[in-house]
Design a protein around this ligand. Structure first.
Ligand code: NIG
Ligand code: FE
Length: 417
């Protein structure tokens, strides 16, 4: 089935020569076409242009049946790419949410049913089918808010068997979902109870057993470590990343959420695709990032939900860096995968301009999950992942009208969903 979208009020983020990311001042660049058409064939974007240049001959090369959509008054945007999520999980953690409101500390919260280790306990009990169903429902909801690509991490298993179970669920989702999905092995998310006071042994288990087995089943595109105060050290991170790289997984890590952890530097040293969280980013970290191919990624949903400080995004863009934004959808620190909300938070909390926040949630987050050649903008030959809005007055209305869903129709891999 091919799709012809006609009379588009504004076709947003079109690219004749696709960029791999947008950095610094370029983050304000957002090419648009007014009164436009967009034509797909199979899973791909086939053509686009001004409505006044549209002639029936444009359709003569299309061999499939053509479904026409009249988008009068509506805009078309490329789908969001959500480059950092933990959406395979069992149960939810509202108890912990209430405990935090009441002011309980980390230990008390853990005792009463919160924290990564509690998610790990429930993960161990859950079947692959249950996990699949729950994660698939989350993906479907995310799609209704305009997301078309998702990176998903393991990291609630923390044993070889359960980490593999999580990754197999991600692989199944990848097979069946209309979304573009990439998978990330995060065995080093926390030290499990069984290895309390034996962190080194747990790191050895990740290196000697988990990574080779994950690689043998081709279960992960990326390798992740929570490199932060109280979790994994720079030295441990380095050992894990080296082994991951040896087995073909590109680093993409959690860094500098809780302290100046050295995570950004170690990520850059091992050519990480992205370093994520980054609440604690200073001048030294900025200069490391400036000489790298690593995408600095912020997760405003987690900073908001946990009431943390917000990283220096404005300063980083003004210094010439690219920035990506993602949801961090997980049961503990960001129980939402609504990328429209992330877009608004980018503008409100980080003082990004709407164009910058749009680039951060599309082409730059596509880069951060290794797919900027096939997603993240409207370009010929890219996968036809886009959404048609409800009637809206302007591009800026997207982040401005926070909390309401501006998406009317979703197209993923060239099909209406
Ligand atoms: O990305 N920062 C580390 N990990 C998750 C939180 C996971 C949880 O609390 O379950 C995050 O925010
Ligand atoms: Fe995370």
């Amino acid at each position: 089935m091919a799709i012809l979208v006609k009379n588009i009020k504004k076709l947003v983020q079109v690219e004749e020569t696709p960029a791999i990311w947008r950095a610094g001042k370029e983050m304000q660049t957002l090419h648009t076409i007014e009164n436009a058409y967009l034509l797909t064939e199979g899973e791909m974007i086939f053509d686009f242009g001004k409505m006044c240049d549209f002639t029936p001959e444009k359709l003569s090369k299309i061999k499939e049946k053509i479904d026409e959509i009249d988008a009068t008054g509506r805009m078309v945007f490329p789908s969001f790419c959500d480059s950092h999520t933990h959406i395979v999980y069992a149960g939810s953690r509202e108890i912990e949410y209430i405990d935090k409101i009441k002011g309980l500390n980390y230990q008390e919260i853990a005792k009463r049913g919160g924290g990564i280790l509690n998610s790990a306990e429930r993960m161990a009990q859950a079947s692959e089918e249950e996990l699949y169903e729950a994660a698939n429902a989350r993906l479907q909801e995310m799609a209704t808010y305009g997301t078309g690509a998702v990176e998903i991490k393991s990291g609630y298993g923390l044993t070889t068997e359960t980490e593999l179970k999580m990754l197999r669920v991600i692989k199944e989702l990848q097979k069946n979902s209309p979304m573009i999905i990439r998978s990330n092995f995060l065995g080093a998310h926390a030290v499990p109870l069984a290895y309390k006071d034996k962190q080194q042994e747990y790191v050895d288990l990740i290196i000697n057993e988990m990574i080779p087995m994950v690689a043998a089943e081709e279960l992960a595109d990326f390798i992740d470590v929570f490199c932060d105060k109280g979790f994994f050290t720079v030295e441990e991170t380095e050992r894990i990343l080296m082994q991951g790289i040896k087995y073909g997984m590109r680093p993409k890590i959690h860094a500098n959420e809780l302290d100046f952890s050295g995570g950004i530097q170690i990520g850059v040293k091992y050519n990480a695709l992205s370093v994520d969280h980054l609440e604690y980013t200073g001048d030294a970290e900025i200069s490391y990032l400036l000489n790298s191919e690593t995408m600095p990624t912020f997760l405003p949903g987690a900073a908001f939900f946990l009431g943390m400080i917000y990283g220096p995004v404005r300063k980083m863009i003004d210094n010439g860096l690219p920035i990506a934004l993602a949801s961090d959808y997980n049961p503990g620190s960001s129980p939402s995968g609504n990328m429209q909300l992330i877009l608004s938070m980018g503008c409100i909390k980080y003082k990004m301009l709407p164009e910058e926040a749009l680039n951060a949630t599309t082409i730059n987050s596509a880069y951060a999950m290794g797919i900027s050649d096939i997603a993240g903008s409207i370009a010929k030959g890219k996968i036809a992942n886009f959404y048609i809005t409800k009637p809206i007055p302007s591009i800026e209305y997207m982040p401005y009208a926070f909390g309401s869903n501006k998406v009317e129709q979703v197209v993923l891999k060239g099909r209406k969903r």
